[in-house]
Design a protein around this ligand. Structure first.
Ligand SMILES: Cc1cc2nc3c(=O)[nH]c(=O)nc-3n(C[C@H](O)[C@H](O)[C@H](O)COP(=O)(O)O)c2cc1C
Ligand SMILES: CCCCCCC(=O)C(=O)O
Length: 398
């Protein structure tokens, strides 16, 4: 029997916004600042949300919506609904068992989790928590300047059972995050980054690498910090290119798909497809990298139109409602991801909190589909969306 909303939510909060408000009261200031922050003037993080409000749903009725099927397939794996969890760093700072709780929740709700290179749990422990390789999780890769280190990591995550590498391409240098510069993010002593081979026992006494890089106010200082970080193999490689990097990654793995995360233009989407990427994630890193870029849902349109169905297109950024998921799917996305909403759930109540967040998104999507006359994901079409007409009164169909 289908679960009712009352059974799913026997207690509050009922919206992602409510989870966020509670997380704010629970997290330490520096942790909150780190997680909530976008770059510079917060333009792109705000734009991610605003763009959804500009998309207007054109519902169809009288379509027998007794049964709503939200199942989505990626790389041959069926997930219960098309909302997975984006990679985000240092999840043990947020609560509970960090990435282990997120993994348990994703498996519990039969969806995708992408584990960050900068996780506070090992890639092996996360797969174990998820119940083994059947979980069909992906691993997010920051390619290090120390390529041998990255090659070792790729072999390790492949052996652990990850099905794809999501290579983040929007972080050649760190975005200018003002909050992070003002409040220092500290990884307290027992926490470590087991996938990065960063075993420095004095780490918690030093400023974080992010902060050191962001604090450098002149080129000499920046070069000094970069050099120290390079020696420790902690820095992302800023020299990555389409010609070199995907072929190099492909050579390191015989089983994993290669996904490119952080594409925002049709031009790069085409290069990704031509370069052999197996999927694309349209993402502006939750507005944390280049401030002033478009919202991801705007970029999604040009990427979908350029890719023409040759590879799956995923999207993240500002998704906080099932209706946002509906809008992304209508524009042609195959799957959506959420970053911060999962963290707010984790802060609320560990695994259970993340499950509640996923449940809200699933229930809202399912209800939006029923109210729009879409019985399955294939029936969610671009024509079900419109935007306000600039030249007069009414809605222009997309
Ligand atoms: C605190 C934080 C840490 C993040 N860490 C990573 C990371 O380690 N690797 C990565 O590729 N993206 C990272 N991201 C970006 C997310 O994967 C994702 O693109 C973004 O959060 C989506 O936007 P949303 O938070 O509005 O859902 C991070 C985002 C946040 C908010
Ligand atoms: C040198 C890059 C570190 C990035 C850390 C995690 C991340 O992606 C973030 O947005 O923060």
């Amino acid at each position: 029997m289908a679960k009712t909303d009352l059974e799913v939510h026997d207690d509050k909060p009922l919206t992602i916004a409510e989870f966020e408000a509670i997380a704010k009261t629970k997290l330490k200031q520096q942790v909150w600042d780190y997680y909530v922050s976008g770059a510079e003037d917060q333009i792109s993080i705000q734009r991610n949300r605003e763009a959804f409000t500009r998309l207007i749903i054109r519902p169809r009725v009288f379509r027998d919506v007794t049964k709503i099927d939200t199942a989505a397939t990626l790389f041959g794996k069926e997930y219960a609904f098309p909302v997975g969890i984006s990679p985000s760093a240092y999840q043990k700072l947020v609560g509970g068992d960090g990435e282990l709780d997120v993994a348990r929740a994703a498996t519990g709700r039969k969806t995708l989790m992408i584990l960050s290179t900068n996780a506070t749990c090992s890639c092996e422990d996360v797969i174990d928590a998820a119940g083994g390789p059947d979980a069909h999780f992906w691993f997010q890769l920051y390619v290090s300047q120390n390529r041998e280190k990255s090659a070792r990591l790729i072999r390790r995550v492949e052996a652990a059972g990850y099905k794809a590498l999501a290579v983040t391409v929007d972080t050649p240098v760190l975005g200018n995050r003002i909050n992070e510069r003002k409040t220092q993010l500290i990884l307290p002593a027992p926490l470590s980054l087991p996938n990065m081979e960063d075993t420095d026992p004095d780490r918690s006494k030093k400023p974080s690498l992010n902060r050191e890089l962001l604090q450098a106010t002149n080129r000499q200082e920046a070069d000094r910090v970069q050099e120290a970080a390079r020696e420790r193999g902690l820095l992302n490689d800023p020299s990555l290119t389409w010609n070199e990097t995907i072929p190099w990654i492909r050579k390191q793995t015989s089983t994993m798909k290669v996904v490119v995360k952080g594409v925002m233009t049709a031009e790069d989407a085409l290069l990704a497809v031509e370069g052999g990427a197996d999927a694309i994630v349209v993402s502006n890193h939750g507005g944390r990298q280049l401030d002033g870029v478009s919202s991801t849902v705007e970029a999604l349109v040009e990427v979908v139109d350029a890719v023409k169905g040759r590879v799956p297109v995923l999207v993240d950024g500002g998704i906080t409602r099932g209706s946002d998921v509906f809008k992304c799917l209508a524009l042609g996305a195959d799957f959506c991801l959420v970053g911060r909403p999962a963290l707010w759930g984790l802060a609320y109540d560990g695994r259970r909190g993340v499950e509640m967040v996923l449940d809200i998104l699933e229930r809202e999507l399912s209800r939006t589909m029923a109210l729009s006359g879409a019985r399955n994901l294939q029936e969610i079409q671009r024509g079900m969306l419109g935007v306000e007409r600039r030249d007069g009164f009414g809605i222009a169909k997309l």
